[in-house]
Design a protein around this ligand. Sequence first.
Ligand SMILES: C[S@@+](CC[C@H](N)C(=O)[O-])C[C@H]1O[C@@H](n2cnc3c(N)ncnc32)[C@H](O)[C@@H]1O
Length: 199
Amino acid sequence: MIILDDMEGAYYHTKKSVDEYIKMAEGINGSELIEKLKDFLPENSTVLEIGSGPGSDWEILDTYYRVTGSDNSTEFVNRLLSKYPNGQFLKLNAVTLGTDQKFNGIYSNKVLHHLTDDELHTSINRQYELLEVDGIICHSFWKGEGSEVFKGMFVNNHTEKELPTLFGDKFEIQLMESYLEFEEGDSILLIARKNKIAK
Ligand SMILES: C[S@@+](CC[C@H](N)C(=O)[O-])C[C@H]1O[C@@H](n2cnc3c(N)ncnc32)[C@H](O)[C@@H]1O
């Protein structure tokens, strides 16, 4: 029996689109974000990366942390497994994060913008559950208002006013700043610590 992935045919889920993305993203990585993360999360901590894609950020995280990569694309996960045979990779949806493992940190770079506000709310609650006491999250977002569709994918933009509202019940913001990915101030980095008592 052939089991079809329910995302088969969608961007990031086909060989062609993954080849295209890898070419487009060549030379781009989250080294500057990870430098900031190191101010809040000690080296050798355990980290879950959501949406590892080609593994550019996973490779950098791996030099400082005990990192588990993940993605909801079978195509990306299979490539990660063969490119980094000693790495640990899971097939996880950012919304449900279906793993029993716990982590000191959770990291994503330009992934959570694919979630609706409701899905992001579910993901934030799940991230809270997966984090150890004093756990740290580090996520980047596209900065802007409203949502759009890019290459057939849902893209949810966020503002610095909105993010504390979304994360504030479960996390205490440690750092929130805009930065340049392609254009001045087009992105936001958010680093936050798990609240001792969730509201
Ligand atoms: C813009 S890429 C970022 C990849 C990686 N962070 C990097 O910097 O190279 C977005 C990644 O998120 C993954 N992704 C999108 N929606 C997801 C979801 N709901 N759950 C898990 N991964 C998702 C895609 O498959 C893709 O690998």
